[in-house]
Design a protein around this ligand. Structure first.
Ligand SMILES: C[S@@+](CC[C@H](N)C(=O)[O-])C[C@H]1O[C@@H](n2cnc3c(N)ncnc32)[C@H](O)[C@@H]1O
Length: 315
């Protein structure tokens, strides 16, 4: 549904106007005939004696409606940026960044406080990142080499979805998510109904907040946000912070140049970040230069290839 213009447009309009909440009665308005036509042709709606109803697969998607809406919105945003500003991307990353709306969507600066307006500005992109994490964590958590570790520090761990998946796999592990204050507040709110006592949030800027003791430090889809010298600085700081035997883990999508580019509109959600993804050998090299001993590399294919690059601090 996210991969082609008619379906993505119709789904976005339906979610925006709460069409699914009006089914079967009072049903769609006449102006929504185009939406209904596309959604029914794509198998998302079906006609019944009582009126239109979501098909069983659509009803399943609607069970996680917030995730679906976040994925739909971001795909549309990124696809618009690629279509409108693709030529700028070929003039250089900065030319693209200054035009593309995608980068304004991730309002990290607004997440430094927890006032109502700051939470409101942070919630949309956090909802998108959380939706992605829910899809990624079941596949990636088993690849994280945390055996024997007891205290995980996840830098930029967002609302804690990955940390939760890791805690479920490692029963003697405790985790701290260090992220910006508004993000931590949204993370605590997300977990209100199902608290995890082994997970805590530490609000702050990872550059100047004191890191709690940890025998494992994880950066998952975080370092591509940072320029090389800052990303490398984070890895050096983690290497110094870890005790002997401690683990440093980086999990990131690989460089676009190293794999076939996925097709369809949904690919735009990663294409916009294409210039920022690095090959895993870059992270491995920085870890080795920081005195760590590399662990065997692992990878998994999701919307792109994710690489788990890990290293251990020698005793
Ligand atoms: C691309 S998101 C990845 C989130 C999560 N790890 C995941 O994979 O879904 C980057 C994360 O880094 C956080 N972040 C950005 N700048 C930060 C900073 N200075 N200190 C701590 N966290 C930061 C963001 O708030 C966001 O949660």
């Amino acid at each position: 549904m996210l991969d082609e213009v008619p379906a993505l447009s119709a789904l976005r309009a339906a979610l925006h106007h709460r069409l699914f909440d009006r089914l079967p009665a009072p049903g769609p308005r006449p102006e929504e005939a185009w939406t209904v036509q596309i959604l029914s042709e794509r198998g998302a709606l079906r006609a019944t004696d009582a009126g239109w109803r979501p098909s069983p697969p659509m009803a399943e998607l609607l069970r996680a409606r917030e995730d679906l809406a976040a994925l739909v919105e971001f795909t549309a945003l990124a696809a618009c940026d690629m279509l409108r500003h693709g030529p700028a991307l070929s003039s250089g990353v900065q030319a693209f960044q200054s035009r593309a709306e995608t980068f304004g969507f991730f309002r990290y600066e607004r997440a430094r406080g927890t006032g109502a307006a700051q939470i409101e500005d942070t919630a949309p992109w956090v909802a998108y990142v959380t939706a992605l994490s829910r899809r990624e964590a079941p596949v990636l958590a088993p690849l994280m080499p945390l055996e024997g570790c007891t205290r995980l520090l996840e830098i930029g761990g967002n609302t804690g979805v990955m940390a939760e998946a890791l805690l479920a796999r490692h029963r003697s592990l405790h985790a701290t998510v260090l992220d910006l204050p508004a993000v931590c507040q949204l993370g605590r709110a997300r977990m209100k109904t199902a608290p995890e006592p082994r997970l805590s949030f530490l609000p702050g800027d990872a550059r100047d907040t004191a890191w709690p003791e940890a025998d494992a430090v994880l950066f998952k889809s975080v370092l591509h946000d940072w320029a090389p010298e800052e990303a490398r600085g984070f890895l050096e700081k983690a290497a110094m912070h870890l005790p002997p035997g401690g683990r440093l883990i980086v999990c990131e999508r690989g460089a676009l140049a190293d794999e076939p580019i996925p097709s369809g509109l949904a690919a735009a959600a990663n294409l916009v970040f294409g210039p920022f993804y690095r090959p895993p050998t870059v992270y491995r090299g920085w870890m080795e230069a920081a005195g760590l001993r590399p662990l065997p590399p692992l990878s998994a294919r999701l919307d792109m290839t994710f690489h788990v690059t890990a290293a251990e601090k020698p005793a």
